[in-house]
Design a protein around this ligand. Structure first.
Ligand code: FAD
Length: 379
């Protein structure tokens, strides 16, 4: 067991760290305040290989491991958590096409996606099917060489701006076995979008409903066989949960670094904050939780890379722990900044707002507990 990153991963981490510090951090507050989706910066990130991190290289991907992806997302999120999280969702959708698509589908969609000339969204949630995703009702009726699709997907990250929507639809009966996955392209007749949602955080990426009304989607756009859709959606989420957990770690690390600096500068009662033992203990706990979260994310990534049977269990555990710890560390950092932590002049509140949603999406942390308990308590 080796707990150190390889030389290759250290080089990738340094590349991501430099890019994040130079190209993302200086603009992150403005993207947040003005709800700017930073297309040009995303395309720059793609030139470094971040548009298809785990996608195979014959279609422009970087062919990296899940561990490599976790390392990259921690670095990007330490600069702009919201933008990093969108890149993670784009990567999840691109990976699903790479893993489950035919050669023709891979060659058609992935060169543009890996270069981020086009952007991808993942569409599972519906107004009536959130945590109970297998109850989704978007219906796809086969009519010759295409499907006629009707339904609404809710909360879709990238909704309205993405070019490619990986959509879970019902082609068969109720339950997970009746679900299939279709790639729906922007411009498809019958595809439209709801209003842009106004959110607590994640402001550098749009969120909207994706509405399908008699949308004609070619059968050639189906990933895998009819009925495979739920399995494909869940496989995407295993990796997605590692990435979103890594984004929480990045946000928490940025807050911890800012707190260290603040505690060394700010004096009250004639002493630096760093000299109060109560605050030292709080800081020590934050640093310890961060390290524990990173270890769990990296272990889950290694499990997924190894194709371990219990990888899904470890992804759920790591996502639950890293996103809870990540938010708690941001919140403690805000407390240790006193009133300054609450001001937009300091970045803590942005990280806090951005990290909050990680406890809700890609499966809420209650659903992570359901997955863990189901797997560990099964008779
Ligand atoms: C900003 C944002 C971006 C998102 N992006 C996407 C996206 O790109 N693609 C996509 O498909 N979805 C996306 N989502 C949707 C997200 O995945 C869902 O919000 C999430 O799965 C929860 O579903 P829900 O909101 O319907 O809550 P509900 O399922 O209604 O849950 C409400 C509460 O009940 C709890 N709960 C529900 N069932 C159980 C149970 N069995 N046991 C214990 N507790 C339970 C939940 O944990 C939660 O606390 C996004 C959401 C947000 C806020």
């Amino acid at each position: 067991m080796d707990f150190e990153l390889s030389e290759e991963l250290r080089a990738i981490r340094d590349t991501a760290r430099d890019f994040a510090a130079e190209r993302m951090l200086p603009q992150a507050a403005r993207w947040d305040a003005e709800c700017i989706f930073p297309v040009e910066i995303l395309r720059e990130a793609a030139t470094l290989g971040f548009g298809g991190i785990t996608v195979r290289d014959d279609v422009g991907g970087s062919g990296l491991s899940r561990l490599g992806a976790a390392v990259i997302f921690e670095e990007l999120a330490a600069a702009c958590t919201s933008t990093a999280a969108y890149i993670s969702i784009h990567n999840m959708a691109a990976w699903m096409i790479d893993r489950y698509g035919s050669e023709a589908q891979r060659r058609r969609f992935l060169p543009d996606l890996t270069a981020m000339r086009s952007f991808a969204s993942y569409c599972l949630t519906e107004p009536g099917a959130g945590s109970d995703a297998a109850a989704l009702q978007t219906r796809a009726e086969r009519q010759g060489d295409h499907y006629r699709v009707n339904g609404t997907k809710a909360f879709i990250s990238g909704g309205g701006v993405s070019d490619v929507y990986v959509v879970m639809v019902r082609t068969g009966g109720s339950g997970p076995g009746g679900i299939s996955t279709l790639v729906v392209e922007k411009g498809t007749a019958g595809l439209s979008f709801g209003k842009q949602e106004k959110k607590l955080g994640w402001n550098s990426q749009p969120t909207a409903q994706v509405i399908l009304e008699d949308a004609r989607v070619p059968v050639a756009n189906r990933l895998g066989a009819e009925g495979d859709g739920f399995k494909i959606a869940m496989a995407g989420l295993d990796g997605g949960r590692i990435n979103i957990g890594a984004c929480s770690i990045g946000a928490a690390r940025a807050c911890l670094d800012a707190t260290r600096e603040h505690m060394g500068q700010r004096s009250q009662f004639g002493r630096k904050l760093a000299e109060f033992q109560a605050l030292q203990f709080k800081f020590a706990d934050m640093a310890t939780e961060l390290e524990a979260a990173r270890l769990m994310i990296q272990r889950a990534a290694a499990k997924l890379d190894a194709g371990a049977e219990d990888a899904t269990l470890h992804c759920a555990m790591a996502k639950r722990l890293a996103t809870d710890a990540g938010f708690a560390i941001c919140n403690d950092a805000l407390q240790l900044h006193g009133g300054y932590g609450y001001l937009k002049d300091f970045p803590i509140e942005r990280y806090l707002r951005d990290a909050r949603v990680h406890q809700i999406l890609e499966g809420t942390n209650e659903i992570m507990r359901v997955i863990i308990a189901r797997r560990m308590l099964a008779p």
